[in-house]
Write a protein that binds this ligand. Structure first.
Ligand code: C2E
Ligand code: MG
Ligand code: MG
Length: 649
């Protein structure tokens, strides 16, 4: 049998022939060593093989474990994601069902292909009426042109769009407003496949917005354009007139004594009056003329088309006639009048502010000229304004320069003939004009906001005078100071009084305040609040110039006043004028029945005084009894205080 090749090789290497006889001992040992090494080598190889097999299988196992872990993780992730997706889908659909929003989709032809149910709930629009249609082809689709253009540009360029709002009329005729946002959808190949987005019913918000917009332009009481809209129109009219070299007129209309009617009859009646006047003014001019309400009882009419002076005269008269027609409110008939000022573009002003200011100044001139008339702006008015400005500037300095002073006019007790009080009347010792009476600067001070510091000065000067008389040993009479409207409305009045009293150590009962009806009626509630404060302090309160306003004594009685001063326009007619006599008599009787004292103002004759005495009037004030004089001259009429006699001596 043939030998194993390995063995044959070993034998050959040793030079042994297996066919020959047995080798010698040395060769035999050598052979055995070779055979043994061959076995060892074989063992070695097998070990290496087994070892490497072993290693490979370990790696495989480890790899397998990793793969399995990865797969588990992936499974877990997928599960989580699926859950999250379900959750968010659920959330979305529940939110969608709760909110006023819905989702819509369009195909590549922009035809609606899907609506979530919200659209029907929120807007009452059935998706079936929209599906398959394009938005822009909807018959009742409505939106401002600019908004539509911007929206269409987005669609044309396949861009997203936001908050496009449009109106739609439902099949049942109800109008709804819809606001949509959307973004384009592209398929995997990048081709445009339509739009999808959200929609919301914004009907309520849109209507509220429109209302607010209207409110911002129209006066809610009369329905006329308001100041805002008027100013806008005026600017446009000026621009147009400038371009066409045309002229136009602005008529400023103010109702006379509206405030009195409003205060006496209440705001409901006042509102009715304003509505009626608005309608009458509107009807008195052409449709193309703008009639606006600037606020309060101020109206304005804009007349275009180069009106001539004669035209304007006619229109002014027409407007006055419209205002003046008898008016019945709450069963009473009223005769209301108006004062009208006219300014012409470009003659009286080339810009809105100047033109308005001048028409307003002309209106004031109409008031000055006795109301119920029409005045044009003139150069005299310009002069007047310039003069007023001069006076205002000088008046501002009068206080700091010490140019103001007080005169005092006695109030006499008719029965005893004794002086029982004095009224402090302010004067301005103007460096060039001499002594200026209050009527010539108090209204201006009031208008230009100077009345508060001037009034404060008057209060202080009156208190100082009371103290000075006392220091000089006289029995100082209570002194009355006049308060004007703005001064009375200012927050500082009570403090000013308290401070002045404290500064000069004067008791509140030694001071009296005089307020006219119109000051009280400007804001009766606040007036009452302030008067209650003064009353609680102990300051006396008198109602001045009674009879010139529209209010009744019984109404005025709600204020804590102690005295009524009958206006001198009634006293003037005594005793010959029967009406004046009757009125004076009635006021005295009524005042007494309400527990009020009565002072007659402007008593100039003995006859007047006699009649007043017979009518039971308590006190009198007037040139007959004493003109307003300087403090030291009044002192001559004061009695000496016996307890202070030593001081005087
Ligand atoms: P009033 O409070 O009714 O003051 C009475 C006015 O009648 C005073 O005019 C006085 O000089 C005038 N008078 C007095 N007796 C007669 C008379 O017998 N016949 C005529 N024809 N007039 C007489 P006056 O001082 O020019 O003051 C005018 C108005 O100015 C005052 O009317 C008052 O409303 C206001 N006034 C005066 N001083 C002040 C003040 O300090 N502050 C404020 N806010 N107003 C003042
Ligand atoms: Mg007075
Ligand atoms: Mg008076």
């Amino acid at each position: 049998m043939p030998l194993q090749p390995l063995l044959t090789r070993q034998l050959k290497r040793l030079g042994l022939d297996p066919e020959a006889g047995a080798p010698d001992a040395e060769l035999w040992r050598e052979l055995l060593r070779h055979v043994s090494r061959a076995y060892e080598e074989h063992d070695q190889e097998r070990y290496l093989l087994e070892r490497s097999q072993d290693l490979a299988s370990h790696e495989m196992a480890a790899l397998y474990a990793t793969v399995r872990a990865d797969r588990d993780l992936l499974d877990e992730r997928v599960r989580e994601r699926t859950e999250a997706l379900h959750l968010s889908e659920g959330r979305l659909s529940s939110l969608l069902s709760l909110s006023a929003d819905w989702i819509w989709e369009q195909d590549g032809e922009l035809r609606f292909t899907y609506f979530s149910e919200g659209i029907e709930t929120a807007s009452g629009i059935a998706p079936s009426s929209l599906l398959g249609k394009q938005r822009m082809s909807l018959s009742a689709f409505e939106a401002p042109a600019e908004a539509v253009a911007a929206y269409e540009a987005c669609i044309d360029e396949r861009r997203p769009f936001r908050d496009f709002t449009y109106g739609i009329t439902r099949p049942d005729g109800v109008r709804r407003y819809i606001r949509i946002s959307g973004e384009p959808v592209f398929d995997d190949g990048g081709n445009f496949a339509g739009y999808r987005g959200v929609g919301r019913d914004v009907t309520q918000a849109t209507i509220a917005e429109q209302k607010a917009h209207e409110l911002a332009r129209y006066d809610s009481l009369t329905g006329l354009p308001n100041r805002n809209m008027f100013l806008g129109e005026l600017d446009r009219t000026i621009a147009r007139a400038r371009r066409l070299a045309a002229s136009f007129a602005v008529c400023f209309i103010d109702l006379d004594r509206f405030k009195n009617i409003n205060d006496t009859l209440g705001h409901g009646a006042g509102d009715e009056l304003l509505r009626t006047m608005a309608a009458r003014l509107r009807a008195a001019v052409r449709d193309s003329d703008l009639v606006a309400r600037l606020g309060g009882d101020e109206f304005v009419v804009l007349l275009e088309g180069d009106p001539s002076a004669a035209d304007l005269d006619t229109i002014g008269d027409k407007l006055l006639a419209a205002i003046g027609e008898p008016l019945s409110i709450q069963g009473c008939v009223f005769l209301v009048t108006g004062s009208i000022g006219i300014g012409l573009y470009p003659r009286d002003g080339e810009d809105a502010a100047t033109l308005l200011k001048h028409a307003d100044a002309a209106m004031y001139l109409a008031k000055d000229k006795g109301k119920n008339n029409v005045q044009f702006y003139t150069s005299e008015l310009a002069d007047l304004a310039a003069r007023q400005f001069e006076v205002e500037t000088a008046l501002r300095m009068a206080l700091s320069r010490g140019e103001l002073l007080l005169h005092f006019q006695p109030k006499i007790d008719i029965a005893s003939g004794r002086m029982v009080g004095a009224e402090a009347l302010v004067r301005w010792a103007h460096p060039t004009r001499g002594l200026v009476p209050p009527d010539e600067f108090i209204p201006l001070a009031e208008e230009r906001g100077l009345i508060v510091p001037i009034g404060r000065w008057v209060i202080q000067a009156a208190c100082r005078q009371i103290r000075d008389w006392r220091l000089a040993g006289f029995v100082a009479p209570p002194v009355a100071v006049n308060l004007s409207a703005r001064q009375f409305a200012s927050d500082s009045l009570v403090d000013d009084l308290v401070d002045a009293l404290a500064l000069y150590g004067i008791a509140p009962v030694e001071l009296e305040v005089e307020l006219t009806e119109s000051v009280l009626m400007a804001d009766p509630e606040r007036a009452n609040e302030v008067l209650q404060q003064l009353h609680a302090m102990g300051v006396r309160i008198a109602i001045d110039d009674f009879g010139t306003g529209y209010s009744s004594l019984s109404y005025l009685k709600r204020f804590p006043a102690q005295t009524v001063k009958i206006d001198r326009s009634f006293i003037r007619g005594l005793p010959s004028d029967q009406d004046d006599t009757a009125i004076t008599q009635a006021v005295i009787a009524m005042a007494h029945s309400l527990g009020l004292g009565v002072v007659a103002e402007g008593v100039e004759t003995v006859e007047q005084l006699e009649l007043l005495r017979r009518l039971g009037c308590d006190q009198a004030q007037g040139y007959l009894l004493g003109r307003p004089v300087q403090a030291r001259d009044l002192a001559a009429r004061l009695s000496l205080d016996p307890t202070a006699a030593t001081r005087v001596a």
